[in-house]
Design a protein around this ligand. Structure first.
Ligand code: F6R
Length: 245
């Protein structure tokens, strides 16, 4: 893992967007993995700028998002991750929406018997993720791989941690019970197969988990992000003042 600190969020977003641009421009059919939430927003804003300045085109790009809520209450449909991606990135670039993928529909009911690992096969058939952007939860989750997620986990239904639901309640009228209980997430195995990973650490509340990640030498099932210690090409980007680093 390489750590890179930035003085402001736009510089951070610019750096990550450049990395995406370089990968996209080097492939005939780029395959990219995407996250939602606050952490990737500055990257997406910078990718839109690069597209407007004709430095990158997404015409042939295939995307796979990390996760999607299950059984989202109708009132909060706007919080679906597909909606987030459309509004934050896809509606502003030349991507073909048919090439954008999510591991489930946010209207799917929670059926614990149902498998979602077709998504992994689909990713493999696309030749795997060339680059993947990740955020990190206060508890060290990546995607929605909460503590306890095994290293060989595939795309599957996950139960959200109470701490994750509390953190995300800011989008649900600050009421935890409005936040879905389950989601479908790419597994750690799927994530680790990405050729290049950039993890964005954003928010003062991430300081503790950032310190733990810096110390990580091997996979600890209680700290899902620690798997990245064994990934061949991972860069962790953060804001210097937030991490006091
Ligand atoms: C979202 C995702 C999550 C978030 C994490 C941080 O697709 O996979 O792991 O990246 O919960 O969320 P923010 O960026 O909102 O602090």
């Amino acid at each position: 893992m390489i750590f890179k600190g930035f003085s402001n969020i736009n510089d951070l977003g610019k750096y990550v967007a450049e990395e995406f641009k370089n990968v996209i421009n080097s492939k005939d059919v780029p395959v990219i993995g995407l996250a939602t939430g606050s952490s990737p927003e500055s990257t997406y804003a910078n990718l839109i700028e690069l597209y407007k300045n004709k430095q990158v085109s997404f015409k042939n790009t295939i995307t796979y998002n990390l996760d999607e809520y299950l059984n989202l209450k109708e009132k909060y449909n706007y919080n679906s991750y597909v909606n987030f991606m459309n509004e934050t990135l896809f509606n502003h670039i030349d991507i073909n929406k048919k090439n954008t993928h999510f591991p489930c529909k946010y209207t799917d009911v929670v059926d614990l018997e149902r498998k979602y690992d077709e998504y992994d096969k689909q990713i493999l058939e696309s030749r795997g993720l060339d680059i993947l952007i990740l955020g990190i939860g206060n508890n060290g989750h990546i995607g929605f791989n909460e503590p306890g997620s095994p290293l060989d986990s595939k795309t599957r239904i996950v139960e959200l941690d109470e701490s994750t639901r509390i953190a995300n309640s800011r989008f649900f009228d600050n009421e935890v019970s409005n936040v879905p209980t389950h989601a479908v997430s790419m597994g750690l195995d799927t994530i680790m197969k990405a050729k290049k990973i950039i993890l964005v650490v954003k928010g003062n509340a991430k300081k503790e988990v950032y310190e733990k990640l810096k110390q990580a030498k091997e996979f600890d099932i209680n700290l899902p992000c620690s798997c990245l210690a064994n990934h061949i090409d991972t860069t962790i980007v953060y804001l210097k003042d937030e991490m006091q680093d």
